[in-house]
Design a binder for this molecule. Structure first.
Ligand SMILES: *[C@@H]1O[C@H](CO)[C@@H](O)[C@H](O)[C@H]1NC(C)=O
Ligand SMILES: *[C@@H]1O[C@H](CO)[C@@H](O)[C@H](O)[C@H]1NC(C)=O
Length: 398
């Protein structure tokens, strides 16, 4: 018996020693080679779930430029574009399966949606992905450098899908942005897939600002609106309200699923982010998002984010689809001076529940709307927005 005890404690000691050695080695290895160690152990898969004109291009870029991330902007576009006479409801499983395949770095699924002679330039907005402008996909931008979209478009447009796949497998994180998911349930199988480590970042924005921003490029949304509205026949003047109503409903549906009565596998996998908080305090909010998906902030990214969010002006029409240096906080208030009050009232009606839930205060008069000194953003309540016990954070609005 004593002999057995000695052996057991020796075994335990050896096991602990072995564990410590592995951890030490891995830590040492990560320092030397941040990309390889993590990618061989576990990949992290992120859906940046948002809706149109909610700052998701900007937040997408924040991930797309990160040296550890393989990013794709809106792969679901291919599904909606190919099957444009369907409704969102019918397409959601195809969208889910496309997302799952891309998370597994399997691009064969795109067969169904891409032209016959295809390469990287058949992928929607591919040049927004730094990974597609960097080795092993393309030699233009060394890994760890920021990519220039214009140059990437010119230089890397003939990369084959095989190289895209190889690039994808060489990163520790795969991040996909989409505005085409309106519920979480279709993603449940991905949460339960043991080979995926799925995290959802749900980016929302004040619906009044969303409508104002969508009006600036109304034509671009004709097909998408029809899909969102399930191809229903809706009077032209009503379309924008019904679409924003669907968007608002989805915010409520998703956050209630994730936060109010969550199934266990959602725990720690969902984070809600308000665009306005990002606009007011970009570095802190972006750092928190990086933390949530186990990415490190780099000095280079910090500088880049600062520049991008501290430009001048409200953002012109031409800029509407581009990410440029402008004052992000400014842009998030622009609706208050440009949107007629009767429209604002109508949006507040159709989005009442979502606005209350997300902390967007309603205005009761034209005067109140235009008085920019009245803050319409209620302080966020972190416990409502995320499952993870947050590190002690400065309270109040960032
Ligand atoms: C990207 O490259 C283009 C063409 O070389 C250049 O004109 C532009 O200034 C660059 N953009 C940035 C942000 O560096
Ligand atoms: C890649 O796609 C572009 C645009 O469709 C085309 O011009 C080019 O020839 C393609 N390259 C290859 C190798 O197929």
């Amino acid at each position: 018996m004593p002999r057995y005890r000695v052996n057991l404690s020796t075994m335990v000691f050896l096991l602990i020693l072995l564990g410590a050695t592995v951890i030490l080695f891995c830590g040492w290895y990560i320092k030397l080679n941040p990309l390889d160690c993590t990618s061989s152990n576990r990949k992290i898969h992120v859906v940046l779930l948002s809706s149109w004109r909610s700052g998701s291009s900007f937040v997408g870029q924040v991930f797309g430029q990160h040296p550890s991330v393989f990013y794709l902007m809106e792969p679901a576009w291919h599904v909606w574009n190919k099957l444009k006479n369907s409704g969102a409801q019918a397409l959601r499983m195809a969208v889910r399966d496309l997302i799952r395949s891309v998370f597994h770095c399997d691009f064969s699924v795109t067969d169904a949606y891409l032209p016959q002679r295809r390469n990287v330039s058949s992928l929607f907005m591919w040049s927004h992905s730094r990974a597609l402008c960097s080795p092993p996909a393309c030699s233009l931008t060394p890994r760890g450098h920021l990519s220039n979209q214009t140059q990437c478009l010119q230089t890397c447009d003939t990369v084959g899908l095989q190289e895209v796949q190889e690039a994808c497998t060489s990163y520790s994180h795969v991040v996909l942005k989409t505005v085409r998911i309106f519920e979480l349930e279709s993603l449940y199988p991905l949460f339960e897939d043991p080979s995926l480590d799925l995290r959802i970042i749900h980016l929302v924005r004040d619906p009044r600002a969303v409508v104002r921003s969508r009006e600036q490029s109304a034509k671009a949304f004709v097909h998408d609106n029809a899909v969102v509205l399930e191809q229903r026949n809706v009077p032209a003047a009503e379309v924008q309200y019904q679409v924003v109503q669907e968007i608002c409903r989805s915010h409520v549906r998703i956050s209630e699923r994730a936060l109010r009565k969550p199934t266990p596998f959602l725990k720690g996998r969902y984070k809600m982010v308000r665009y306005e908080d990002v606009a007011r305090n970009p570095l802190a909010e972006i750092s928190a998002m990086y933390d949530f998906v186990d990415l490190d902030m780099t000095h280079q990214l910090e500088e880049w984010i600062y520049k991008l969010t501290h430009g001048k002006g409200k953002g012109s029409l031409k800029e509407a689809f581009e990410i440029t240096s402008r004052n992000a906080a400014d842009v998030s208030q622009a609706w208050r001076t440009t949107l007629p009050h009767n429209k604002v009232k109508r949006i507040q009606q159709v989005c009442e529940g979502a606005m209350a839930l997300l902390g967007y205060t309603t205005v009761n008069s034209d005067e109140e709307q235009k008085r920019l000194d009245i803050d319409l953003l209620a302080p966020r309540e972190p416990y409502r927005f995320t499952w993870l016990p947050q590190k002690p954070e400065h309270s109040g609005k960032g």
